[in-house]
Design a protein around this ligand. Structure first.
Ligand SMILES: [Fe+2]
Length: 369
C-alpha cells in the first residue's frame, strides 16, 4: 500500500493538530503496522449509548479478596492475568511449600508490599515496582515481610524476551546489566539462619495441581550456569524512550515481549515541549490488540477519578484515549508522574466472572463532557 492523504492532515503525527480538532490514530500491528491519522471535529469516544458486550471497562483491584489464591482476572490462550495477595508466614513455620508452574512463565509484578522470593537458583528481595520474572518450571516460594499484592502475568505462549530496541541501541530503555540475578549464596544463608526448609512443591500442569513431597530441602543447588534463570527488574531501572518534541507511541515503552502479547511500563517522564505537540496520549484504535492497563502508582494524568490498583480494559473495536479533562489537567505540568503496566494482546481477552463484582459500571460514560 502507498501513503496517501486527503483533506486536513498533519505533516508530523501528534503535532500541529488544528485548534479545536482531534487526532485519531488507526493502526495495525500494535503501532508497528499500517497506520493513518484522522483529523476529526470531535473525539469519537463521545458515544452516548452502547448496546452489547463491547465497551471500555474499569475495575478496582483494591476490592479483590485478600485470599492467598491466585484470582484470575483476564485470560486467553496466550496469557492469564491474576491478582494475588500473599501474607507473611509465622516465624515458627519452618516448612515451606514451593510452586512450580509447568503451564508457563510467570511475572510477579510487586504492586504492594516487600519481601523475599526464594527460587532454586537463589533468593531475591522485592519491593513495589519490581518485575520478578520466573520462567516455566522453576520452583519458587514468595515470603512477604509485609502483606503483598502481586499483579501476575502468566505467559502460556512462550518465554519473555527483551524488546527490539532498533535504532535506539541495545542499552536503551533498560541496560541488560540492570537485570538482577538470583543470589544463590544469599539463599543458602537465608535457609541456614531462618531454619526454613522446602519439603514440598506444588506443580501446576494444564491447570491441575500435583504435590511432590521430599524428606529434605529441595533448595539444595550448590551452583549453576546458563542463560535460563529467574530475574528481577524494577520500574525505576527503566529509562523511558521518548522525544522531547512529539509524543512517541506506547510500543516505545515495551519492557518484555512474548509471542502473542507485550508488557509495557509507563514511568515518569518529561512532557513534550514543542508548542504545537500533543501532550496527552493520542486517541487511537489499536486495531489488532486488546489492551489492559494496570495503574500501579502516581498521578494518572490522562484520566480523572483513578486510584492506584485500578485496571482498565480497552479491547479492539473502538477508539480510546484520554478523558476530556486530561488536556486541562496537563496544563502547567512539566512531567508525568505515573507508574502503570500495560498488557497488549494479539488475541481477544476474556473476563473472569469475578470481574463483574469489581467493575465500575459507568466508566464507558466517562468521555462525555
Ligand atoms: Fe491504547
Amino acid at each position: 500500500m502507498y501513503h496517501s492523504a486527503q483533506g486536513v492532515h498533519t505533516k508530523q503525527a501528534h503535532k500541529g493538530i488544528p485548534e479545536g480538532a482531534v487526532e485519531e490514530e488507526q493502526g495495525r500491528g500494535g503501532f508497528f503496522g499500517r497506520v493513518s491519522h484522522l483529523i476529526r471535529k470531535e473525539q469519537s469516544t463521545r458515544w452516548k449509548k452502547i448496546e452489547g458486550p463491547l465497551k471500555p471497562r474499569m475495575f478496582d483491584l483494591v476490592k479483590c479478596a485478600h485470599t492467598s489464591t491466585r484470582q484470575r482476572l483476564f485470560y486467553n490462550q496466550d496469557v492469564v492475568l491474576y491478582s494475588q495477595w500473599i501474607k507473611p508466614i509465622a516465624a515458627s513455620q519452618k516448612d515451606l511449600r514451593a510452586f512450580r508452574n509447568a503451564d508457563g512463565d510467570m511475572i510477579y509484578f510487586a504492586h504492594i508490599g516487600t519481601g523475599k522470593l526464594l527460587t532454586e537458583y537463589g533468593i531475591f528481595t522485592y519491593r513495589p515496582g519490581d518485575y520478578l520474572v520466573v520462567p516455566k518450571c522453576i520452583a519458587h516460594v514468595v515470603l512477604p515481610d509485609l502483606d503483598s499484592q502481586f499483579f501476575l502475568i502468566e505467559n502460556l505462549s512462550g518465554d519473555f524476551r527483551e524488546p527490539d530496541r532498533g535504532i535506539a541501541g541495545r542499552h536503551a530503555v533498560y541496560d541488560i546489566a540492570q537485570i538482577e540475578q538470583p543470589d544463590l549464596a544469599g539463599l543458602q544463608t537465608h535457609l541456614q539462619t531462618s531454619g526454613q526448609r522446602c519439603l514440598e512443591v506444588e506443580v501446576k500442569h494444564t491447570n491441575e495441581i500435583t504435590r511432590f513431597e521430599y524428606s529434605d530441602c529441595l533448595f539444595d543447588v550448590i551452583g549453576w550456569k546458563g542463560d535460563f534463570f529467574p530475574f528481577k527488574l524494577n520500574m525505576d531501572q527503566i529509562m523511558p524512550l521518548m522525544s522531547h518534541r512529539a509524543h512517541v507511541p506506547p510500543s516505545a515503552h515495551t519492557t518484555f515481549v512474548a509471542p502473542n502479547f507485550v508488557v509495557c511500563s509507563f514511568v515518569p517522564r518529561p512532557l513534550e515541549s514543542d508548542e504545537d505537540a500533543l501532550r496527552v496520549p493520542f486517541y487511537h484504535q489499536n486495531i489488532d490488540y486488546d489492551e489492559i492497563l494496570f495503574y500501579h502508582n502516581g498521578d494518572f494524568f490522562s484520566r480523572a477519578n483513578l486510584h492506584s490498583g485500578m485496571l482498565s480494559f480497552h479491547p479492539a473495536g473502538f477508539p480510546h484515549g484520554p478523558h476530556p479533562l486530561a488536556k486541562d489537567k496537563v496544563k502547567g505540568k512539566t512531567h508525568t508522574n505515573e507508574y502503570a503496566v500495560m498488557i497488549d494482546t494479539r488475541r481477544p481477552l476474556l473476563r473472569d466472572p469475578v470481574m463483574d463484582s469489581l467493575e465500575f459500571a459507568d466508566y464507558w460514560k466517562s468521555w462525555q463532557v
